[in-house]
Design a protein around this ligand. Structure first.
Ligand code: AGP
Length: 361
């Protein structure tokens, strides 16, 4: 009787879940952003200061992960001096250097997060080169910044941010494209990569059965590690946050190579491993996985940008993607779905995790 009751309760939770609805809206939202911000000649229709090449990105939680992924990309591909900062650390710092040549970008779904707004207040005293990337027009953050970019993700009801996070990340990549155009770097190929994102998201969403199958395995664990490198590492941190928030499985992200420097000892306890294999780290990651399989007999989930042969008992979800951008968004969706499915399997309220609120004031 109890099993039947649990089944019926979780069935209705899935049916009504905002988190699920919001995950599945993402391809349409990105498509709308393209219509709003990318012109026919591929120029980017957003306003940022001229000659932007020094950038500080300030945010909290998932928005901070967007900031860190973007900072990584801006450094490596756009040759900018870019750094991300936790908003709470900026507002608590005894002294925080503000440079008049730097563009300060504040990212927030709600635009009402206290830490992020306090950081803005502190920085605004010394410079007006401030830009908000927010989902909420008229919010405190929106009103108090000079430049503004709206993420148009629609109202996000679930506490766990999914659609707002992917929309803000996409807007940050549009900023990167705009800077490439300002610097007269070849931006066309990159804009083409951005245009293909909605299709990749759709394809990823069609893998739901594979993802649910792995989530059943994950929901048996109390601990999990996500391994990734480069800009996929902050993405792994986002995946870990989402899994922790919704299913309460204690999940930590590690840079793939760094994991071997002692952290791997956590596998002496029961711990699931998720590895992200992008196009630049194939052999390296496979070597690390072989070591994990040999020394700790752990089964992993491998999320890969290309088809992989079976390695041990590992489960493989591959999303063939020739560009990092497509694979990045696909992996984000896979991690969101893993968080959602395992939380539902564990009978959690995915939209309202215990003790959390949508806006941290
Ligand atoms: C994300 O799933 C969280 N709910 C949380 O980390 C959130 O992203 C953070 O509190 C920042 O919120 P904001 O984007 O509205 O500023």
């Amino acid at each position: 009787m109890n099993i039947l009751k649990k089944f019926i309760t979780s069935f209705f939770k899935i049916k009504k879940s905002n988190m699920k609805k919001e995950i599945f809206q993402q391809s349409d939202i990105i498509f709308d952003l393209i219509r709003k911000y990318v012109k026919k000649d591929y120029s980017i229709n957003i306003e940022i200061p001229e000659n932007t090449s020094k950038i500080a990105l300030v945010a909290s939680g998932s928005s901070y992960h967007s900031a860190t992924i973007a900072a990584n990309f801006l450094r490596e591909k756009v040759h900018c001096d870019a750094q991300s900062y936790y908003a709470s650390e900026v507002s608590l710092a005894e002294s925080f250097d503000v440079d008049s040549n730097t563009l300060y970008i504040f990212i927030s779904q709600s635009g009402e997060t206290a830490d992020t707004n306090k950081a803005l207040e502190k920085i605004k005293i010394k410079t007006d080169k401030t830009l908000s990337v927010t989902n909420t027009k008229g919010s405190t953050l929106y009103n108090n910044t000079k430049y503004k970019i709206l993420t148009y993700a629609g109202v996000e009801k679930s506490i766990a941010s999914t659609k707002a996070m992917s929309a803000q990340l996409y807007c940050l990549f549009l900023i990167a494209a705009k800077i490439m155009q300002q610097k007269e770097l070849p931006a066309r190929t990159f804009v083409e990569e951005l245009l293909s994102v909605p299709e990749y998201i759709k394809e990823t969403l069609s893998k739901r059965d594979e993802i649910r199958h792995y989530s059943k395995i994950l929901s048996d664990y109390e601990n999990a590690a996500i391994l990734a490198s480069g800009m996929f590492y902050p993405l792994a941190k986002e995946g870990a946050l989402k899994i922790k928030e919704t299913s309460y499985i204690n999940t930590t992200a590690y840079p793939t190579g760094e994991f071997l420097h002692g952290h791997i000892a956590i596998l002496n306890k029961k711990c699931a491993v998720i590895s992200i294999v992008n196009n630049h780290n194939i052999q390296f990651t496979l070597d690390v996985l072989n070591k994990i399989n040999t020394d700790y007999k752990t089964d992993s989930l491998i999320i890969s940008a290309f088809p992989l042969p079976n390695i041990g008992k590992n489960i493989i979800i591959s999303i063939p993607a020739s560009t990092d951008i497509d694979f990045l968004f696909s992996t984000l969706i896979i991690l969101q779905l893993i968080a959602f499915e395992s939380a539902v399997i564990l009978g959690r309220d995915v939209d309202k995790p215990e003790g959390l609120s949508k806006i941290v004031r």
